[in-house]
Design a protein around this ligand. Sequence first.
Ligand SMILES: Nc1nc2c(ncn2[C@@H]2O[C@H](COP(=O)(O)OP(=O)(O)OP(=O)(O)O)[C@@H](O)[C@H]2O)c(=O)[nH]1
Ligand SMILES: [Mg+2]
Length: 421
Amino acid sequence: MEQSITDKTVQAKAVLVSLMQKGGDEREQEASFAELARLCDTAGAEVIAQMVQAKDSPDPRTLIGSGKVAELRELCAGNDVNTVVFDGELSPSQIRNLEDDLGGDIRVIDRSMLILDIFALHAVTGEGKLQVELAQLGYTVPRLQGRGTELSRLGGGIGTRGPGESQLETDRRHVKRRMDMLREQIAEMAKNRSVQHAGRERSGIFKVAIAGYTNAGKSTLLNRLTGAGILAEDKLFATLDPTTRKFTMPDGEEILLTDTVGFIRHLPHHLIEAFKSTLEEVCYADAILVMIDASDPESDAELAVTESLISELGAGDKPILYVYNKCDQVPECTPGTPVDQSVCISAVTGEGLDELIAKISGIAKQGKRECLFEIPNDKLGLINTLYENATVISVEYGENGATVDAIVDARLFGMLQAYRK
Ligand SMILES: Nc1nc2c(ncn2[C@@H]2O[C@H](COP(=O)(O)OP(=O)(O)OP(=O)(O)O)[C@@H](O)[C@H]2O)c(=O)[nH]1
Ligand SMILES: [Mg+2]
């Protein structure tokens, strides 16, 4: 695969470049650029300098103008820089042109490639690693253009080339085949996961997903509540694999809490596709805790990104509780969301956790959940009650009665407790 900028044998010394488009949202572009520096730090690269060009429209050849490219070339040469990271998305030909113009062994990457690199670094489970590889290859295919035989190591070497076929085509076929294989393996793993989910989902245990922008404190909260022992650190994308733990509420009711992968602005499409089964954790939940870093000046924009990704994943209609975290870092916590759906906490000091638990408990009490019931033959009338008051997914009649899969509210759930399968 491509050389990682986190490759420990070569310390990456990076220059960050941003094209600030005139007429664009300046603040948003600045925030994105500041985030790029944090991403670089997480990837283990040393940021030597930052360069910004304000321009009406991007240069199709090199994104930034040719004068700026010359300036960048000098800056790199004078500082031993080996990596240039662009905040925007670069086309394959722009990368090629920039690398040609900058000369030397300078590697040019964009924001998406940097995020992929961090994901590669942080993937722990087999599934996570396959997902990263799929995303990396998805990124590589369109870039397998006019690069001669350079990428032939992806191919199988002698004997793999068909008559009259170019090396490029052979490379493409190899990559596509590998991608198909990865997709199959990931689908298989996702299937196993959904079998697990089906068992859980219909047990009627209320499920809560902790979602939110990367670094908001999701893992810290789950650790605090359940002692889950998940790595939580001041890095972006510390968590890539979802973790679920049981939590017993003060009234004795057990719920399931799931820590999920964090969101970020401009999440590369290939990552969304590759990590869909992981990101979809929020879809399996009965309610979502949206965590917000209240101490981050960008929290409003981050919340907007989180909310749009949640609806893109098809979970926008679930009950949401907005959890403003890191309140120990702000003089006064003022939620920008409806007060009854918001709570201010500190996952580190424990401030506000009682209120948070009470609110989760409240949602669980009103909340709907999917459950499997076994209704005995002498109580079949209850099926009517379910049709009238719940969403019935399926009914199967057997010798001893009926098995009903239904989404019920807490009142019905309580009423039918005795018939839970
Ligand atoms: N001061 C303060 N720091 C916190 C609080 N909660 C979390 N942090 C810190 O914020 C950083 C990120 O916390 P994580 O729990 O790893 O965040 P996350 O949302 O799981 O991040 P990703 O897994 O990267 O998406 C860590 O350094 C935590 O110690 C809090 O309430 N107050
Ligand atoms: Mg985490």
